[in-house]
Design a protein around this ligand. Structure first.
Ligand code: NAD
Length: 322
């Protein structure tokens, strides 16, 4: 917190629709008098020693502020490019990706290594570490306790992935003993998908914790169930910093047209405000945004409306003013 009573937060507008939806969040925050100064940085990769890296200024800014809001980054397709998202996760030890979709899914740091054995035969190695599993499980239980959830469910495929997912479950079971106030159970990924699509209600008050790949699939499925990628937020919680971002990408098909739905980035920013303890501002903005969507008069095209990003933003701001 600075001498003006405001917090400095790093803002990475990102690619494609990133700048448009970031503008919307900034306008809404101005109208709501949120005590935040944005420190805008670019993470456009630069060449250093023959490798593409994130500019030092961006790294320093996130390190100093420890909290950042990030727009989507386009990952170049082709060999030799590292994913900037992955680089950020590694640089700041972002070990848990929290994706609330009225339900929660949290994923740990795991990795897949691909190997070609001979032409036409490949092997994909799944790497899961005890430390990463234990750490994300502990975070899931903490998150459940802090957010009034009564149960943590570990989602797995240990019937097939006996060693890797088996160890993930062992880590979850061990952590569960330290949280007697939170119930613990386990579910197979496919069965969880079936149950959530048939009847999501029993999942409403629980946190689901699972390895990276399962979290990607399950959270997109949940996004589909609640109205699409324009609505789903996420937070990358780390040891050295936390970076909040929408689940969706840079949406090149609608970039620059003023059509993007800024809700996912806005809700990600509200996770950030709550992470910083600014609950009142978060609640006020959330109410304005959700009631604008519920009314259905001024909503963006992905939700079946006709409003532009700007018109939707103005409708939220009008609600903040009353
Ligand atoms: P995408 O999420 O960008 O788009 C998928 C579809 O959803 C598109 O039709 C798009 O128009 C729509 N959509 C997404 N967000 C929307 C919004 N806010 N409002 C309205 N419609 C929206 O996925 P993609 O096309 O597979 O990826 C595009 C680029 O984004 C790729 O380079 C990819 O690597 C990158 N990406 C980045 C992140 C990230 O930075 N975290 C995440 C996913 C994808």
């Amino acid at each position: 917190k600075g001498p003006d009573g405001k917090y400095t937060v790093t803002l990475i507008p990102g690619d494609g629709i990133g700048p448009e939806i970031s503008e919307s969040v900034k306008d809404i925050y101005n109208a709501a008098n949120v005590p935040i100064n944005w420190e805008e940085v670019s993470v456009a990769p630069i060449l250093k020693g023959g490798k593409t890296v994130i500019p030092d200024a961006a790294i320093h800014s996130v390190k100093k502020n420890t909290v950042a809001l990030k727009g989507p980054l386009a990952t170049p397709i082709g060999k030799g490019h590292v994913s900037l998202n992955l680089t950020l996760r590694r640089t700041f030890n972002l070990f848990a990706n929290v994706r609330p979709t009225q339900r929660e899914s949290i994923r740990p740091l795991t990795d897949a290594t691909l190997q070609q054995i001979v032409d036409g035969v490949v092997q994909s190695i799944k790497l899961i570490t005890w430390d990463a599993s234990e750490r994300v499980a502990r975070y899931a239980f903490h998150y459940a306790r802090q957010n009034g959830r009564s149960r943590v469910t570990a989602v797995h495929k240990a019937n097939i992935m006996k060693m890797s997912d088996g160890m993930f479950l062992s880590a979850c079971r061990q952590v569960a003993r330290d949280f007697p106030d939170i119930q613990y159970d386990e579910d197979l990924l496919d069965r969880a998908c079936l149950q959530i699509t048939q009847n999501p209600a029993p999942f409403a008050d629980r946190v689901m914790v699972m390895p990276n790949l399962y979290g990607d699939i399950l959270s997109d499925m949940c996004a589909g169930l609640i109205g699409g990628l324009g609505l789903t937020p996420s937070g990358n919680i780390g040891r050295d910093a936390s970076i909040f971002e929408a689940v969706h990408g840079s949406a090149p098909d609608i970039a620059g047209k003023g059509l993007a739905n800024p809700t996912a980035l806005l809700l990600s920013s509200l996770m950030m405000l709550r992470h910083m303890g600014l609950y009142e501002h978060a609640g006020k903005i959330e109410k304005a945004a959700l009631s604008t969507i519920a009314e259905g008069k001024t909503i963006t095209g992905d939700l079946g409306g006709k409003a532009s990003t700007k018109e939707y933003t103005e409708a939220i701001i009008a609600k903040l003013r009353v």
